[in-house]
Write a protein that binds this ligand. Structure first.
Ligand code: SF4
Length: 359
């Protein structure tokens, strides 16, 4: 399904930008409005703070309209309260909610409710102000010796892909520069399926931001509509390494479809080739297998009815979530084979990489 008006390489250009009255009260909100206007996006200044979209009885039409919409809103205090986000980081910090891409496994389908409008936050300064209170209070980096040197970690890509929005918002550059100035034992983290890192390269980041490229084999690109090509993501990652950023690979979601061993073997080789000679790089790897809940499956089936992504019960096991729900993961034997394969291949092709976790 295609709703983006520009290619991923050129950056997302939504069809319209909605900005609430409250968001117009913030410099950052007005700056996003000005950036979008300069790109020729239709600007709709809402009279109040409620988001409204043209009504449609056709769910596919409603999906397309929502995915083509960027909303600038104010994050209320409940959204600014940081949440623990193991195993990725100590804390989740949200610059936005939603994503313009069309991945047929997208975990946001189970996390966010309502039409998939991308909402960006105008009160970025208030979000940043809340971070120092969380310093030294996380669980993930303090508990694991291999991550202790990272300090308190803050993950910015739980509910969005912040690089996808950067041309329109500048929020990611702002928070990277903020961490660069923050004289604290802390790290910002983000992962992305996009590639346009140009605005980030010259920022004084002080090594306090780790970018990870979220990658999957080209053979599975059909599941990742609207994202940048994997080769471009790897090129972007290499440019970030050369700009002195700590970097990482998020191999996610790992899909045990027929031919997965060859496909992921080639992917790991491609990553090693893209990073060859970047021996200065502090490189991590995160390994996340495909999973879904009944709720996310129902949403994804409605958004991507023709998808060939296997979400049947075959080869699956039910696992309890920490919130008392249930999710479908690969069964124990598949998980064992996958894990063995990834640890072996990564150890051989990227011997200096630290695998942070497997899930
Ligand atoms: Fe979801 Fe990430 Fe794909 Fe965006 S890029 S649709 S957040 S999986």
């Amino acid at each position: 399904m295609a709703a983006a008006l520009a290619s991923p390489a050129a950056g997302w250009r939504p069809r319209r930008l909605l900005i609430t009255r409250a968001a117009r009260g913030f410099d950052h909100g007005r700056s996003i409005m000005a950036r979008a206007a300069a790109l020729g996006v239709d600007i709709v200044e809402l009279p109040g703070d409620r988001l409204t979209l043209p009504k449609s009885d056709d769910p596919r039409r409603a999906y397309v309209e929502a995915k083509a919409t960027l909303a600038v809103v104010v994050a209320p205090p409940s959204k600014r309260r940081l949440q623990p986000i193991s195993p990725s980081a100590d804390w989740r910090v949200d610059l936005a909610e939603g994503c313009p891409a069309h991945c047929s496994y997208c975990y946001l389908a189970g996390s966010l409710s309502g039409p998939p409008i991308t909402r960006v936050y105008a009160n970025l300064d208030e979000i940043l102000d809340s971070l120092p209170d969380h310093l030294g209070k996380g669980q993930v980096t303090s508990r694991l010796a291999r991550r202790a040197h990272e300090g308190t970690t803050f993950e910015a890509s739980c509910y969005t892909d912040p690089l996808a929005l950067e041309r329109l918002t500048g929020s990611l550059s702002t928070i990277i520069a903020w961490f660069g100035r923050w004289q604290a034992d802390a790290q910002l983290r983000f992962t992305t399926k996009f590639a346009d890192v140009e605005p980030l390269l010259a920022i004084a980041h002080a090594g306090r931001t780790r970018m990870r490229a979220s990658i999957n084999p080209a053979a599975f690109a059909r599941f990742e509509g609207g994202t940048a090509r994997v080769a471009d993501r790897l090129r972007g990652l290499r440019r970030m390494a050369d700009a002195g950023y700590p970097i990482g690979l998020t191999i996610a979601p790992i899909i045990a479809a027929p031919g997965w061993e060859e496909a992921y073997g080639a992917l790991i080789d491609d990553a090693a080739a893209a990073l060859a000679g970047a021996d200065h790089a502090d490189l991590t790897v995160e390994l996340i297998t495909h999973r879904f809940t009944a709720g996310s499956k129902a949403v994804l089936d409605s958004w991507y009815p023709g998808s060939s992504l296997d979400m049947s019960d075959a080869g699956r096991a039910t696992k309890r979530t920490k919130f008392g729900g249930e999710k479908q993961v690969y069964d124990a034997e598949t998980m064992r084979r996958l894990r063995f394969f990834f640890e072996q291949r990564i150890g051989g092709a990227l011997p200096k990489a630290r695998i942070l976790y497997w899930t």
